[in-house]
Write a protein that binds this ligand. Structure first.
Ligand SMILES: [Zn+2]
Length: 188
């Protein structure tokens, strides 16, 4: 796994789903991290995450570590891990060898990028479209993400449903093909 492997959040999420052969929801973020050779640890053991953060990534002797606040709900932990993976795959510049996930209102661009990556990784638009999922509740349940994250995704999905231009990108077509069996088996 290469640091800074991907150029932008949109393509990165698709490429990551393809590279780690993801074929069903909810996306197994722990399996992706294992396959990518990224180590992860709960903050209740590591005690490195500050009170205003939900996760951090560290690069120590060429090895990536993600520490996540396991006091959060499992759904939020999944999003934190995906967000931190976004920093690593997108090659964001490190501050003193670490990325931090903070709650600041004025988020730097790289934080927004990692959020976009996480949301598109855990709730890929073409899969939601294939399953015909629309509401935050449906999306939260299928993707195992928080209702808060699902609300943001549902808003975006309503724009995409109106636009109706799914599967125009080759990467997205590959993602869809990988999920096709799951979609057929799980469509309402
Ligand atoms: Zn971050």
């Amino acid at each position: 796994m290469t640091y800074g492997a991907y150029k932008n959040a949109r393509d990165a999420a698709w490429q990551c789903l393809i590279d780690y052969n993801v074929k069903s929801l909810p996306v197994n973020i722990f399996e992706i991290l294992k396959s990518a050779g990224i180590k992860f640890a709960k903050n209740s053991n590591a005690n490195l995450v500050r009170p205003n953060e939900s996760g951090i990534s560290l690069l120590i002797n060429e090895q990536w570590y993600i520490i996540y606040d396991d006091k959060d709900t499992p759904q939020r932990c999944r999003f934190t891990l995906a967000h931190e993976l976004g920093h690593i795959l997108l090659g964001h510049e490190l501050k003193k060898d670490r990325y931090e996930r903070t709650f600041n209102l004025s988020k730097p661009a790289i934080e927004t990028q990692s959020d976009i990556f996480a949301s598109r990784l855990l709730a890929p638009a073409c899969v939601l479209w294939g399953l015909d999922l629309h509401t935050p509740k449906e999306i939260a349940s299928a993707c195992d993400i928080s209702l808060q994250a699902a609300k943001i995704r549902a808003e975006r999905m309503s724009v995409l449903y109106k636009r109706n231009k799914f599967l125009t990108n080759p990467l997205e077509r590959t993602v869809y093909k990988n999920f096709e069996e799951f979609i057929i088996d799980n469509k309402k």
